[in-house]
Design a binder for this molecule. Structure first.
Ligand code: ADP
Ligand code: 5GP
Length: 213
């Protein structure tokens, strides 16, 4: 029995709490897991590649895709637009593979309220402290002081939505958080709704039962 339905795994956190690091570890653990590459109107950071981290696009193109219903969800974050293309998500979960989303709380709500919401699994990553959150943003060294200050201001807004999520993890020790994340994913894959082939299996059991009696 391998024909399971894929999950939409949503990871959110205030910037710097460790979401991308955890997402990378999850993907290394299960290479069958597909990352949902979002579209964004923000400029690429050094080392980011079009089609790998994001589909970088002009605002006009982004808005056209939203108008055409091509985005499963979309939001305005840090002055830029971000959105998750719907097509690849549908194909992937129907193929029995999970999709991993790195989206903010606005994306979580929209995905949960979409027609695919029943397959959503959302996990919020909290930092152990605000001092540590700032330290992580600074050691990442990808953003200017100005951008870091903006992200810190936005952090509380993101944290304040922790209550919308199915699971919440405090990312203190990275290895421990990773282990908990894997446990959650493994358990959620066994939700009844994720295993449509069970219908057939139970029918087979019923036939065997009837043959015996
Ligand atoms: P996010 O994607 O949430 O913005 P990142 O995954 O980029 O955050 O992590 C920000 C920085 O913090 C990175 O330098 C990362 O290596 C580091 N980091 C992530 N998790 C931990 C942890 N549990 N302990 C210490 N450092 C961490
Ligand atoms: P960054 O610019 O640091 O890559 O991302 C900034 C924020 O935008 C993060 O909180 C990230 O989770 C969020 N984000 C990235 N892609 C999407 C998306 O497709 N939809 C939504 N709603 N948020 C996104």
């Amino acid at each position: 029995m391998t024909n399971r339905r894929g999950l939409l795994i949503i990871l959110s956190s205030p910037s710097g709490a460790g979401k991308s690091t955890l997402a990378r570890r999850l993907m290394a653990w299960d290479p069958g897991l597909k990352f949902s590459v979002s579209a964004t109107t923000r400029a690429p950071r050094p080392g980011e590649e079009h089609g790998r981290e994001y589909f970088f696009m002009k605002e006009e193109e982004f808005k056209t895709q939203v108008a055409e219903g091509q985005m499963l969800e979309h939001a305005h974050v840090f002055g830029n637009f971000y959105g998750s293309p719907a097509g690849p998500v549908r194909d992937t979960i129907n193929n029995g593979q999970d999709v991993l989303f790195d989206v903010d709380w606005q994306g979580e709500i929209q995905i949960r309220n979409s027609d695919l919401g029943k397959h959503a699994l959302s996990i919020f990553i909290l930092p152990p402290s605000i001092v540590e959150l700032r330290r992580r943003l600074e050691t990442r060294a990808q953003d200017s002081e100005d951008v870091i200050a903006k992200r810190m201001l936005k952090s509380w807004d993101e944290i304040s939505h922790w209550g919308y999520y199915d699971y919440v993890l405090v990312n203190d020790d990275l290895d421990e958080t990773e282990a908990k994340l894997k446990t959650i994913v493994e358990a959620e894959r066994m939700r009844r709704i994720q295993q449509p082939e069970l219908q057939d299996h139970v029918r087979q059991l019923q036939m065997q039962f009837e043959e015996m009696s």
